[in-house]
Structure formats: structure tokens, C-alpha cells
Design a protein around this ligand. Structure first.
Ligand code: TYM
Length: 326
């Protein structure tokens, strides 16, 4: 069966981009594949954090993933730091990726521009991500469009490792959804919606109240010509609304556009579709939030299953390199 792996950072609130670009597809794929999903808490440490922040964010995000429909009976859901093989394997990855390759990562360039303290972890981040993916003999990695480059470098590392040390890792493919792969900020529609961007009015949280969602869509930046047309280059704001509407309802942005003559109506209907999609998640989250011990139990079960797969892969990698057994 196809092995699927993906991860998400416990930083900021889960937003509509994460949901449409990634999580929603994970929920679908867990029924059809052998799926492994990870809350990547160690990746979150690449940016400064206050003590305790990552712990509560990891629990919160895990509960949101369960509320979104991930079912530990159907997939493996675990926390990255609970499986030590990830950091061990990351070192093997770092020694098989070049400084030049890591320097070309656009996400590093963007994130480091906004920081005064640029950790070396932020720079080597793609090596840890490659470890996450390769440890599970992953065939497919369902992600949003912004992760494409990280999956490419993961493939390059795997190929290099295999040619240096013999067949060890499976080469993964990125799986990017047709609709929702790049949800843009509602206030700055040429920027992607992001957990780290300081744009609360442009970012729709999965846990936002319906009235807040309506308001954010009503105030979404469009343009002045008042023609509803799907054209991301010249009409980024309206096109973003049409993409979100299409992703939320399973429609096609061009077809949806032909049913509208005014921005106002499109905004109201898009908000309504998003609220309808998110309300059941919000209701389940409220129940799960009340029982953190049950979430911790489910995550421990997930980590045990993940460790079994990861430890076999790391042993194979070390044997192939030829490291003296301890
Ligand atoms: P992260 O935590 O930033 O985002 C999680 C997922 O959400 C997608 N996404 C979006 N999709 C559409 N529109 C947007 N505006 C948007 N913003 C985010 C991301 O593409 C991602 O799929 N490096 C990864 C986490 C990671 C990972 C992995 C992913 C670590 N190890 C192994 C896959 C496999 C990240 O920071 O995602």
C-alpha cells in the first residue's frame, strides 16, 4: 500500500491555508493509504520560543488534527520529538546535503529576513524534514505548494545517499492539491496566508468564530473593476476568494465566477461555505479540549507505531554507511 507521510508545525493557529492545502487531504488519504502524520515540534524550535510554548501548542494542534478528522485507528499520528530517530537521522541527512543546496531554500531566505537571531537550525531545517520523510519509506507527501522545494531537496538527498551507500531510502513525491494549494492572505492577496505573518485580518483561523469569519471575508481586499473573473495574476484578491470557495465546496473557480456579478455576494457565499466546513471541526475540538489525557494517550500509541518503522530505517541507513555497531 502507498505510504504517505506529512508534518505540520505547532506554531500559531491552524489556518484555512493549512486546512485546505494539507490537513483536509490527509483526512481523505488516511482511508486509502498507509498514512503517517506528525506534529513537528522540533521544527518549531528553529524560531525563538518561550518556555512551555511548544508543549501547549503541540497538544493544541494535535487536538485540532483529531477534530479535523484524523483517526488514530486509520493513521499513525504522533509528535516528532517522541521518536528520537528523527534527530539521529537528521544528522545523516545534514552530512549528505550541501551548504549550497540549503542556501537556495526560499523559505530560509524569507524567514531569516524577518529574524535578528538566525539559528543554524533554521538553515538546516530541510535536513530534519528529509529525515522525517525518509524514515518512513514514504511514497507520497501531501503538502501545500510552499513545501515543493523541501520535497525536491529530500529526493536529492535520498538519491545521493543511495548512490553513495547503496539502496536505503525510498524516493518520495510531493502531492499538491488542485484546489487550495496556495491560499492567500485576505488583506494582502499576493502573500500566502501564514501562521507567522502579522496579518490577523487576512488570516482565517480554523477556530475563528463564524462572525469573525464573515467579517474577514467582507473586508477582503479585492480591486475596483467589479468584474468577477478567475485570473490570479491580474485579480489576485477575487481569484483567492474563488479558489477558497472552490476548495471548500469542491467546485471549479472559473465556473463559480460565472455565477456572480458582484464581489459582495461572492464574499458572503464564500464565508458561508467556509463556516459550514469549519463548524463541525470546532464542535469536535471543544470536546477533545476537555480531555487532554486522552489525546496524550493517543499520541503515545502513535509514537510507538512510528518508532517501530523509524528504528528499522535508521538501522538500515547506519548499516549501509558502515558505522561500527555499539
Ligand atoms: P507548515 O506547518 O508551515 O504547514 C503545514 C502544511 O500547510 C500547508 N500550508 C498551506 N497550504 C496552502 N496555502 C497556504 N497558505 C498554506 N500555508 C501552509 C503547508 O504546505 C504544509 O503542507 N516544513 C513543514 C512541516 C514539515 C513537513 C515535514 C511537511 C516538517 N516535516 C515532512 C511534510 C513532510 C512546514 O513548516 O509546514
Amino acid at each position: 500500500m502507498t505510504r504517505v507521510f506529512s508534518g505540520i508545525q505547532p506554531t500559531g493557529e491552524l489556518h484555512l491555508g493549512n486546512h485546505l492545502g494539507a490537513v483536509r487531504n490527509w483526512v481523505r488519504m488516511q482511508h486509502e493509504t498507509d498514512a503517517v502524520f506528525c506534529v513537528v515540534d522540533l521544527h518549531a524550535l528553529t524560531m525563538p520560543k518561550t518556555p512551555g510554548e511548544v508543549r501547549s501548542a503541540t497538544l493544541h494542534l494535535s487536538q485540532l488534527l483529531l477534530a479535523s478528522g484524523l483517526d488514530p485507528e486509520l493513521c499513525i499520528l504522533f509528535v516528532q520529538s517522541h521518536v528520537r530517530e528523527h534527530t539521529e537521522c537528521a544528522w545523516l541527512m545534514e552530512c549528505n546535503v550541501s551548504f549550497g543546496e540549503l542556501s537556495r531554500m526560499t523559505q530560509f531566505k524569507e524567514k531569516s529576513e524577518r529574524q535578528r537571531f538566525i539559528s543554524s537550525g533554521l538553515f538546516t531545517y530541510p535536513a530534519l524534514q528529509a529525515a522525517d520523510i525518509l524514515l518512513y519509506d514514504t511514497n507520497e507527501v501531501p503538502v501545500g505548494d510552499d513545501q515543493r522545494q523541501h520535497i525536491e531537496v529530500t529526493r536529492d538527498i535520498a538519491e545521493r545517499f543511495n548512490s553513495r551507500y547503496g539502496p536505503t531510502f525510498v524516493l518520495p513525491e510531493a502531492v499538491i492539491p488542485a484546489a487550495g494549494a496556495r491560499v492567500m492572505d485576505l488583506q494582502h492577496p499576493t502573500n500566502k496566508m501564514s501562521k507567522s505573518a502579522d496579518s490577523p485580518q487576512g488570516t482565517v483561523g480554523v477556530l475563528d468564530e463564524p462572525t469573525a469569519i464573515e467579517k474577514k471575508f467582507k473586508r477582503a481586499v479585492t480591486d475596483n473593476d467589479n468584474e468577477v473573473r478567475y485570473d490570479p495574476d491580474s485579480k489576485p484578491g477575487v481569484s483567492n476568494l474563488l479558489s477558497i470557495f472552490a476548495a471548500a465546496t469542491g467546485g471549479d473557480p472559473n465556473e463559480l465566477a460565472s455565477g456572480y456579478t458582484q464581489y459582495g455576494r461572492l464574499k458572503v457565499d464564500t464565508a458561508e461555505a467556509v463556516i459550514e466546513m469549519l463548524t463541525p471541526i470546532q464542535q469536535r475540538f471543544a470536546e477533545l479540549e476537555a480531555d487532554p489525557a486522552e489525546t496524550a494517550r493517543l499520541l503515545a500509541v502513535g509514537a510507538d507505531k512510528a518508532r517501530e518503522i523509524a528504528s528499522a530505517t535508521i538501522s538500515r541507513a547506519k548499516a549501509n554507511i558502515g558505522i561500527l555497531e555499539g
